[in-house]
Write a protein that binds this ligand. Structure first.
Ligand SMILES: [Zn+2]
Length: 476
């Protein structure tokens, strides 16, 4: 070997002479420096890192590029900072090589410390080209890498990161529910990043995920859209009013309410009120509400069922099968014969009507219908049978004075027959303003209520009585 000639790279490489190759890195001839860096690349010797890093400041772009390639081949935590710095090299070829090194090599480095450090470094330089590789890293197996990638995306502020971050946050929520273990830090970081990224400019990005199969994802999207609160969120939120998840439908409706949204069609209006479980308002939207109300009935609780039935009863809809819903509709419409015709299915709606029908006469009718089905209703009457009979007499038409007098006579006779009144002792009936008998007055002018003919509500130790014909409260 000539003593002062250039180093023989091929020979050094063949001997795997790292020391010799490292020494050749500082040889004056750039071609040799490049060849030495290329030869060192596959050897991945830790001692070569420092000298190769020093070459990143070499005057010759070819040398810098070779150094980037060699460091990239080595990978690992120590090469992260220098390679990320080379992304800003003045030479386009060096920059391109550094891009591949950082985004392809380091972001998938087997060493999680390298992946994490790369993510952190990319967050600092805020390079838009880093967005895609960082998005991949938000699902990294290592929590530290996920956190660093999320924070880097937050700092870069690119809208492309919105949906991946939503998915990450949802993923942690699902994991929490499924295993009881999740990374609260990752979830919080994703949420904070979304706080920064989700402005009016992110509406389209969020809308793109509105059909995502994961309900947690859809829910986060709806919350975010609602929070943005600009008019542009109306379209995606409207679309969610028919989501298969009731919680999401409700969030969407609230979001729409917050922006002062007005329904664009009666169907959307019906979906909106249904989402808020305002069933009567839903019915006010007209026939478009019918399928929504019918579909909601089975899963609804008792108070909601009452409202759904009341809403449907106001719409021109006739049930096809005599099921519970049908019985409820017929009860709400006072079609008691039809209700009883529904048999078993009528028991639930009738039991409800006995206690909650708005008019006392309907409560009495429901109680009678239940008795007709062999049930013993716990009706809010002292004597539902007598009350029903009195109501039947009272409701016979009395268009003129003569008929009214006949009706009064019939009620007197009925009360006497039932032992509620003793005309022979000078007792007489006192009538409600509506004409229904409510009290008995004796010869001394003392009155006592005809409780057997009244509706009653027991409130602790107090009992309130109601005229079942006009629903007014009568003093006991
Ligand atoms: Zn009355």
């Amino acid at each position: 070997m000539p003593l002062f000639g250039p180093p023989n790279i091929a020979a050094l490489e063949a001997k795997r002479d790292t020391q010799g190759l490292i020494k050749a890195l500082s040889y004056k001839d750039a071609v040799i420096r490049i060849a030495a860096a290329d030869a060192l690349a596959p050897l991945r010797d830790p001692l070569a890192v420092e000298p190769l890093v020093a070459l990143l400041r070499d005057d010759n772009p070819g040398v810098r590029r070779a150094a980037v390639s060699a460091l990239s081949a080595r990978g690992g935590f120590r090469v992260v900072e220098p390679l990320v710095a080379s992304l800003a090299d003045v030479d386009p070829d060096v920059r391109m090589t550094a891009s591949t090194a950082v985004y392809r090599r380091l972001m998938t480095d087997p060493d999680q410390d390298a992946r994490r450090a790369t993510s952190v470094a990319l967050g600092k330089i805020r390079d838009p080209n880093a967005v895609e590789p960082l998005i991949k890293a938000v699902m990294d197996a290592d929590e530290g890498v996920r956190l660093a990638a999320i924070r880097a995306l937050q700092s870069i502020g690119d809208i492309r990161a919105v949906m991946p971050l939503v998915v990450v946050q949802a993923h942690e929520q699902v994991r929490q529910r499924a295993t009881g273990r999740s990374s609260l830090a990752v979830e919080r970081a994703a949420s904070s990043a979304l706080d920064v990224l989700c402005g009016p400019a992110s509406v389209d990005a969020l809308e793109s995920g509105i059909g995502h199969e994961d309900a947690d994802v859809r829910e986060i999207i709806v919350r975010r859209l609602s929070k943005i609160g600009v008019p542009e969120v109306a379209r995606p939120l409207e679309a969610v009013l028919s989501d298969r998840d009731p919680v999401i439908r409700r969030s969407a409706a609230r979001g729409l309410s917050d922006i002062g949204w007005q329904p664009t069609s009666s169907e959307k209006g019906a979906q909106y009120w249904a989402a808020l479980r305002e069933w009567r308002r839903c019915a006010e939207c007209g026939p478009a509400a019918i399928p929504i109300l019918v579909a909601a009935f089975d899963a609804a609780d008792a108070p909601a069922r009452t409202d759904i039935v009341a809403g449907l009863a106001t719409l021109d809809w006739e049930p096809e099968a005599p099921d519970t819903l049908a019985a409820g509709i017929w009860a709400a419409r006072g079609q008691w014969d039809k209700v009883v015709g529904a048999g078993e299915a009528a028991i639930g709606p009738l039991s409800l009507a006995v206690k909650e029908a708005p008019h006392w006469r309907d409560r009495a009718a429901a109680a009678k219908a239940l008795a007709g089905l062999g049930q013993q209703p716990d009706a809010p009457f002292e004597n539902v049978e007598l009350t029903s009979q009195a109501l039947a007499l009272f409701e016979s038409p009395a268009e003129n004075e003569a008929a009214a007098a006949d009706r009064k006579a019939a009620l007197d006779a009925f009360a006497a027959e039932q032992g509620l009144l003793k005309p022979e002792d000078g007792e007489s009936l006192e009538l409600c303003e509506c004409g229904y008998p409510i009290s008995r007055v004796n010869s001394a002018g003392e009155r006592s209520p005809l409780t057997a003919l009244l509706g009653r509500e027991i409130d602790g130790s107090t009992t309130h009585y109601f005229c079942p014909a006009c629903d007014t409260i009568r003093p006991a």
